[in-house]
Design a protein around this ligand. Structure first.
Ligand SMILES: CC(C)(COP(=O)(O)OP(=O)(O)OC[C@H]1O[C@@H](n2cnc3c(N)ncnc32)[C@H](O)[C@@H]1OP(=O)(O)O)[C@@H](O)C(=O)NCCC(=O)NCCS
Length: 164
């Protein structure tokens, strides 16, 4: 993600979360937070999704991931997550963590597909709705998991090509 991408990212963010990212958050993440890494996904020249994480020692914490509602259900959220997980190996990181709303079954299903496990709960973590956060982790970025990712990538690319 670059500064020029922020207006489109804010729009996807606004359409994706109960409370949008606060004003200036993306700018801070890109320019003032050296542990933050953000990627964008574009189609036909337009930003249609993004994913962000913080690298804390050897741990990746996924801070956000979203696809534009018009582009959901086509494997693109999975593409963003897969890309992020491959990137983790190059940093290198050894584990991935994230928080997800208890009610967000779609995102939880995506994470479970990638073998994330629920390891805890943060009560009333989300101030906007008072909802609990589930803490999920993928604790072992080892060679075996890398093989799993490669297999997932083959399947996903076949799907993306067949639906293009
Ligand atoms: C979560 C999100 C990024 C998924 O993106 P997407 O592009 O719709 O997802 P994909 O099409 O790549 O689907 C990947 C997997 O997610 C799950 N999934 C996607 N849509 C789903 C649905 N409607 N119902 C249940 N599971 C679903 C499935 O596991 C799916 O794998 P499958 O296709 O093999 O069944 C997207 O729904 C989103 O932006 N949501 C709002 C923001 C958000 O909640 N972010 C997560 C914060 S923790």
């Amino acid at each position: 993600m670059k500064m020029v991408d922020i207006p489109a990212a804010r729009e996807v963010d606004r359409l994706s979360f109960p409370t949008p990212a606060r004003s200036g958050l993306f700018e801070h993440e890109l320019a003032g937070n050296n542990i933050a890494h953000y990627q964008v996904l574009c189609a036909n020249g337009a930003l249609i999704g993004f994913a962000g994480f913080w690298l804390i020692a050897d741990e990746i914490h996924i801070s956000t991931i979203a696809t534009h509602p018009a582009w959901r259900g086509r494997g693109l959220g999975e593409l963003l997550l897969l890309n992020l997980l491959f990137l983790a190996y190059t940093l290198p990181a050894t584990m991935v963590t994230l928080e997800v709303r208890r009610s967000n079954e779609v995102a939880q299903k995506l994470y479970r597909k990638y073998q994330f496990e629920e390891v805890g709960m943060r009560p009333r973590y989300y101030r906007d709705t008072g909802e609990d956060a589930l803490l999920m982790t993928m604790p072992l970025l080892n060679a075996r998991y890398h093989n799993f990712l490669e297999n997932q990538q083959v399947t996903l690319f076949q799907r993306l090509l067949s639906e293009a």
